[in-house]
Design a protein around this ligand. Structure first.
Ligand code: NOJ
Length: 737
């Protein structure tokens, strides 16, 4: 068994251009560049939001002043944009047509945090391929996805858009999505991926979006950069700079990350685009005096394309003439842009067949794939035995997310149409005609009510109560930070009123982030956390509740007990005074002595642990790990570690477990995380079945940037865990010499 990442990197070779076609591409670029005026070159570096009206942009297109458009999805208009660029501009260079296709195009998949919860890169790749098939059929050849920002603070609403807190899981998902979007070989269904936001954006202070970050070099190198490096290695064609300043330097003007690291260390030859007006926002940051100043700073830092500041189109020509920007810098940027256009085959065929694009949208196999993904993305967080449901005659369906076709699509689902959403209510009514009573209780997630008499009366008539709770789509995503992560409105009160009826209550939570649900758990006999599950969330959840599919999702982020614990993540460094079971608030005697509590790292009121650790998730069956061992005690730096273990399905249901391998480097030149995920495998076992598994981890995967700033494996003693989550298991020692 290979780790998923090894397989993907091998397969990246197929996607990158072969040497000879690379030469042809570079020659084609040379020829074009030789013909271009400075103004035409700068035009290629300009991206505008041209949704709506082709006529408004016709003149600029004819003059070659636009290299790329975003936010147009009508295929007829896209063809018209292309026709003007290709037939009426002097050089006929096609446009790159971009869109935020984040978790599906028309067929909406679970939000990216839910995709990460599947721990199933192959399925995530399939979903990205479906998104590419649907989007490219309508003329979209560039998506601003995947978002690779490590997010350790759920107050940050954009946690929804990424893979959570772990760099390894994030890297696996990055590669899967890039392969899915771009395809294994470039053809007319290839959609350029854009790894974003480079870099550190997820570390926004206090989880407040757009805020400053303070990520020091080791943390940047060891946590925030690795998913991007993996994305570059996987062949991502483009990259987007982030809004934040890190330690005072906004990313869009940061030469160190854009040139030294991205180009010189990693050899990235793709296109670097700014985020929306992030060049202009450098003026707000106080990093540039005016639009001309920030245009100069951005282009000299390594930005190739300006999204919506209009800084390049307005000022680059004079900046080149004054000598502040070299024409060679412009040539390099244009080279990076043309390379993407050539790789996508846009020069050969810039148009789409509008009629052929229709049957591709919401194709039955796309819906089936989205449903399977929603099934794998759901995490069973509690079950006192009520699930899977059997033989309920009368089902009460309640809660604000039970029939919320817009909200279950989640954030960044611009093109998903709610008319196509299958809600849990719809799926239940179809499966159990005449048995479902629907009393919503609350109209939307922030709705308030004092009494729930109607819902309680209905619950008394039912055999089982299904409460669909969570967040509306608008409460997560860009600019949607929250300081309180409890269920909003009267949702907790609704759940508690249902519990008081004594009927079995199953809660399903659809949300864009890990909410603080500790106070709600006692009021549910079972709780399934599905994130926002997308178009096919309804049937997926029904299959899970009735046991046609056994839950297998695992938490891609730590679930907090209370928001005051944020940020809390499993792969933290060990402190000098780790918690060792000291007293909590209620046990402290009045006037206790200053040092009587012991002095360790924890909250007096909430202790040291989260509600659910990273990697956690239950199943209807149970799994046991045994015979965990390594092929050797001591390894050399070039070796590969083989981790052997037996996984047994010890319960009564067939099921799938995500076996996780964590490693700790006991002593380093800098303090190291207490655990780091290094491999995982999804393993499906029949009830009672046992399987011997072996996972391979190249020792070089344990390398990190230490005190001397170099990436290497530091010899010494290590520990390794194989377990079903990040908080379980017994360490196996090994050494590297
Ligand atoms: C701003 C967001 O930060 C970015 O993620 C998105 O791709 C662009 N807008 C374009 O819509």
């Amino acid at each position: 068994m290979h780790s998923f990442r090894t397989l993907l990197v091998a397969f990246a070779a197929g996607l990158l251009l072969s040497c000879s076609s690379q030469d042809v591409t570079e020659k084609q670029i040379d020829q074009l560049l030789a013909k271009m005026t400075l103004a035409e070159k700068i035009g290629q570096m300009n991206q505008v939001s041209a949704g709506g009206d082709v006529a408004n942009y016709a003149e600029a297109l004819r003059k070659g002043q636009i290299g790329s458009i975003l936010n147009e999805v009508d295929p007829v208009k896209i063809n018209e944009f292309q026709r003007i660029a290709v037939t009426e501009s002097r050089l006929g260079i096609p446009l790159l047509v971009a869109r935020d296709v984040i978790h599906g195009f028309h067929t909406v998949y679970p939000i990216p945090l839910g995709l990460a919860a599947t721990f199933d890169p192959a399925l995530v790749e399939e979903g990205a391929r479906v998104a590419a098939l649907e989007a490219t059929a309508q003329g979209i050849r560039w998506t601003f996805s995947p978002m690779l920002d490590i997010a350790r603070d759920p107050r940050w609403g954009r946690m929804a858009e990424g893979s959570g807190e772990d760099p390894y899981l994030d890297a696996c998902m990055a590669e899967a999505m890039i392969y899915g979007y771009q395809g294994r070989t470039a053809d007319s269904t290839s959609m350029a991926a854009c790894i974003k936001h480079f870099v550190g954006y997820g570390a926004a202070e206090g989880g407040r979006d757009y805020n400053s970050t303070l990520i020091p070099e080791h943390l940047l190198r060891n946590v925030y950069l690795p998913p991007f490096e993996a994305g570059v290695q996987a062949g991502a064609m483009t990259l987007m700079t982030s809004f934040n300043d890190n330690d005072g330097v906004p990313s869009t003007g940061n030469t160190y990350i854009l040139k030294d690291i991205l180009r010189n260390e990693w050899g990235f030859d793709g296109l670097v685009v700014t985020d929306w007006n992030s060049m202009g926002e450098m003026i707000n940051h106080g990093f540039g005096a005016d639009r001309k100043d920030v245009a100069e700073k951005a282009v000299n830092a390594g930005v190739d394309m300006d999204m919506m500041t209009m800084g390049f189109i307005s000022h680059l020509e004079e900046l080149v003439k004054s000598g502040a920007v070299k024409e060679k810098t412009i040539d390099n940027a244009v080279r990076n842009i043309l390379r993407v256009k050539i790789k996508l085959g846009l020069f050969e065929n810039p148009y789409i067949d509008v009629e052929a694009s229709k049957p591709v949208q919401y194709a039955p196999e796309h819906l089936a794939s989205a449903q399977k993904t929603a099934e794998e993305a759901a995490i069973l967080l509690k079950n006192n035995g009520v699930l899977p449901l059997k033989g309920s005659r009368r089902i009460l369906v309640t809660g604000p997310l039970a029939d919320a076709p817009h909200d279950q699509l989640g954030t960044w689902a611009f093109d998903g149409e709610k008319a196509h959403t299958v809600t849990p209510l719809k799926a239940l009514q179809e499966r159990f005609p005449g048995q479902v009573e629907f009393v919503p209780g609350l109209r939307y997630s922030r709705d308030y009510r004092d009494r729930f008499d109607d819902v309680v009366a209905a619950a008394r008539r039912a055999d089982v109560v299904l409460a669909f709770l969570g967040e509306e789509a608008i409460l997560s995503g860009e600019a949607h930070s929250l300081a309180d992560l409890n269920l909003k409105g009267s949702q907790s009160e609704l759940l508690s009123a249902l519990k008081a009826t004594g009927k079995p209550v199953v809660a399903v939570v659809m949300a864009g982030r890990p909410l603080t649900i500790e106070r709600d758990l006692p009021n549910a006999d079972a709780l399934l956390y599905s994130f926002h599950p997308g178009t096919m969330g309804g049937p997926a959840l029904v299959n899970l509740l009735w046991g046609d599919v056994n839950p297998s999702g695992k938490t891609p982020v730590t679930f907090l007990r209370t928001v005051g614990q944020a940020p809390m993540y499993y792969n933290h460094n060990m402190t000098g005074r780790p918690y060792s079971g000291e007293l909590l608030l209620d046990a402290i005697q009045p006037e206790a002595g200053q040092t009587s509590l012991g002095n360790t790292s924890y909250y007096l009121d909430y202790g040291a642990y989260p509600l659910f650790p990273f990697g956690y998730g239950l199943s209807y069956t149970s799994f046991a790990y045994s015979a965990i061992g390594l092929d050797k005690d001591t390894y050399k730096v070039d070796d590969t570690i083989t981790v052997n273990f037996i996984l047994t399905n010890t319960g009564a249901y067939d099921g799938t477990e995500v076996a996780q391998v964590y490693v700790r480097d006991l002593v380093g030149s800098i303090a190291r995380p207490v655990k780091e995920l290094k491999a995982f495998e999804r393993v499906s076992l029949k009830a009672g079945e046992s399987r011997t598994l072996s996972v391979k981890i190249p020792v070089k995967e344990l390398a990190f940037y230490g005190l001397d700033g170099k990436k290497k494996v530091e010899p010494g003693d290590f520990q390794l865990w194989v377990a079903g989550d990040s908080a379980s298991g017994t360490p196996v020692p090994f050494a590297i010499h």
